[in-house]
Design a protein around this ligand. Structure first.
Ligand code: HEC
Ligand code: HEC
Ligand code: HEC
Ligand code: HEC
Ligand code: HEC
Ligand code: HEC
Length: 346
């Protein structure tokens, strides 16, 4: 479980014991987990464990009994102000940032207006869905039951089955926050972060491209990766002082890539956004409609979940548009889904 221990250590849950989420309080679950825990130890010893370890974890306790013991689902979170810093793949590593207001909102009317992203977890509402694949990346059917018992059913055109013939899952925290403790960062995201805090030297030509390239090569072991990253970069930047940059990229590699266990961002979907994995767009893709086709799950409007208040670089970032700006994509115009080009699933 080296990948899970390492990623846990770098998460906001580093101080939360594994058992708080994987076992939780209560005797019956404890016994069940102990049995499967013993099996896991046996499987590792006998070298039988599947690599990567498959997710979603089948016997994970429901969110109500783990996450919601510490996080109060009725909490009003409101708007979060987030800045994402990127660097492009050109010689000068042109910076580009997006500052957006994420409308997380709340789920209890006694605390604030119910709505926004946490609308899904309103205690009076139930959202159920069917996934047609093991990793829950394809969701062809969704049902919303409101506090008055009114039911709205959405489905994609291809899904013609009776819903009752499939396993129906009730949506909870983990359907969006499925990586609260084990986040395997994508190479682009981790390199952008290291460049923005200066641990990778942004004055080195093409360093964004070279760092991502070094991280995406196939290595048999972590040891091999660490060595080859150093020799590749030394060759690329003769005569330059790059010890710090090499160490930062090696650090990204050992914290997020585990070749021995075949664990990396590519093996574990992250459902929180929509850039690297389908995430929110599993349902919010414009393709999920009611039987009379009059109603679709909101999709086309980029302002549904967040508003971009500034973007670009330097002084451009001081020009705030509170009503929201259209996204100026650094990769040029596009008419497909983000994951078609940025996705980890490919
Ligand atoms: C804050 C809650 C939380 C804590 C603490 C936590 N985990 Fe997890 N863990 C999860 C969730 C949620 C998943 C399921 C992810 C999914 O289904 O996509 C998971 C998945 C896993 C997996 C399956 C493989 C993977 O990477 O997804 C293993 C193995 C695992 N955890 C082990 C551990 C160990 C060992 C610790 C302690 C060092 C730990 N977990 C701590 C929530 C937690
Ligand atoms: C034993 C208590 C506990 C449990 C169980 C727990 N958390 Fe947390 N969670 C915390 C603490 C403590 C923090 C860090 C809060 C801080 O320092 O601001 C946190 C932070 C978070 C954050 C903010 C993350 C960030 O990076 O800022 C999210 C989202 C979250 N938890 C979701 C979950 C989910 C989903 C689960 C269930 C799989 C879960 N938590 C289980 C205690 C817990
Ligand atoms: C529909 C998807 C979705 C569901 C379901 C959901 N969340 Fe969130 N939540 C988000 C998003 C998106 C954010 C914004 C922060 C981010 O992107 O990481 C957020 C933010 C949060 C934060 C604040 C993090 C911070 O940085 O301040 C906490 C805590 C949290 N959620 C806990 C929960 C808990 C507990 C549940 C279950 C009761 C839950 N969420 C259900 C999508 C969801
Ligand atoms: C399992 C399907 C599903 C997933 C996954 C999902 N949603 Fe939704 N969401 C819905 C449905 C159904 C509605 C209600 C219909 C509508 O408003 O279009 C909704 C409504 C919303 C709303 C409008 C709430 C309001 O105030 O009316 C927001 C905002 C939203 N979702 C954000 C998100 C975000 C962000 C994510 C990813 C982190 C996400 N959703 C993932 C099914 C889903
Ligand atoms: C259903 C809700 C929803 C819709 C609709 C939506 N987004 Fe997002 N978007 C999110 C969430 C949630 C995040 C935050 C992910 C995270 O926690 O980092 C996000 C993040 C982003 C980011 C930062 C991405 C990153 O990971 O670096 C950009 C850029 C973005 N969105 C652009 C868009 C554009 C352009 C559109 C319209 C085509 C759009 N979004 C539509 C929910 C949505
Ligand atoms: C047709 C392919 C394509 C699609 C679809 C696409 N992108 Fe891109 N994206 C690119 C290319 C190419 C670049 C430029 C890469 C560079 O120079 O670093 C880029 C760059 C970016 C960057 C800055 C560089 C970085 O480190 O990430 C962001 C942010 C981004 N895209 C977000 C999005 C979002 C969000 C969506 C969906 C709303 C999206 N893209 C859809 C191809 C695409």
């Amino acid at each position: 479980m080296q990948p899970e221990m390492a990623t846990h250590q770098h998460s906001s849950h580093a101080r939360i014991a594994c058992s708080e989420c994987h076992i939780g309080p209560g005797a019956t679950w404890y016994v069940r987990s102990k049995l499967s825990g013993a099996y896991q130890v046996y499987a590792v010893m006998a070298n039988k464990f599947p690599r990567p370890i498959p997710t979603p974890v089948k016997n994970l306790r429901p969110a109500q009994e783990t996450c919601e013991q510490c996080h109060w689902p009725r909490k009003f979170i409101g708007n979060l102000d987030r800045t994402y810093d990127y660097y492009q793949g050109d010689e000068t590593n042109t910076p580009f940032s997006v500052r957006l207001i994420l409308k997380v909102g709340g789920a209890d009317s006694s605390r604030g207006l119910v709505g926004g992203i946490h609308w899904h977890v309103n205690p009076g509402r139930s959202i159920d869905y069917i996934a047609s694949d093991e990793s829950r990346q394809t969701i062809p059917w969704v049902r919303v039951t409101d506090a008055q018992g009114n039911v709205t059913e959405y489905r994609t055109p291809k899904f013609t089955n009776e819903a009752s013939a499939s396993t129906i899952r009730k949506m909870d925290c983990m359907d969006c926050h499925n990586r609260p403790a084990h986040k395997y960062e994508s190479p682009a995201k981790a390199v952008n972060m290291a460049m923005s805090v200066g641990s990778i030297d942004t004055s080195l030509g093409y360093v964004k491209t070279n760092a991502v390239y070094a991280l995406t090569q196939t290595y048999a072991t972590q040891e091999e990766g660490v060595k080859k990253i150093a020799s590749f970069l030394t060759e690329r930047y003769p005569g330059k002082r790059i010890e710090g940059t090499i160490a930062a990229i090696q650090g990204i590699f050992t914290n997020n890539f585990f070749p021995e266990m075949k664990a990396s961002w590519k093996s574990y979907p992250d459902n929180i956004g929509h850039k690297d994995w389908p995430g929110c767009f599993r349902c919010h893709d414009g393709n999920h409609k009611t039987a009379d086709k009059k109603l679709a799950i909101k999709a086309s409007d980029c302002n549904t979940c967040h508003t971009i208040i500034s973007q670009g670089s330097g002084a451009q970032l001081d020009q705030l548009t509170t009503g929201g700006q259209e996204f100026k994509h650094p990769g040029g115009e596009f008419d497909s889904s983000c994951i078609d080009c940025h996705g980890g699933g490919q």
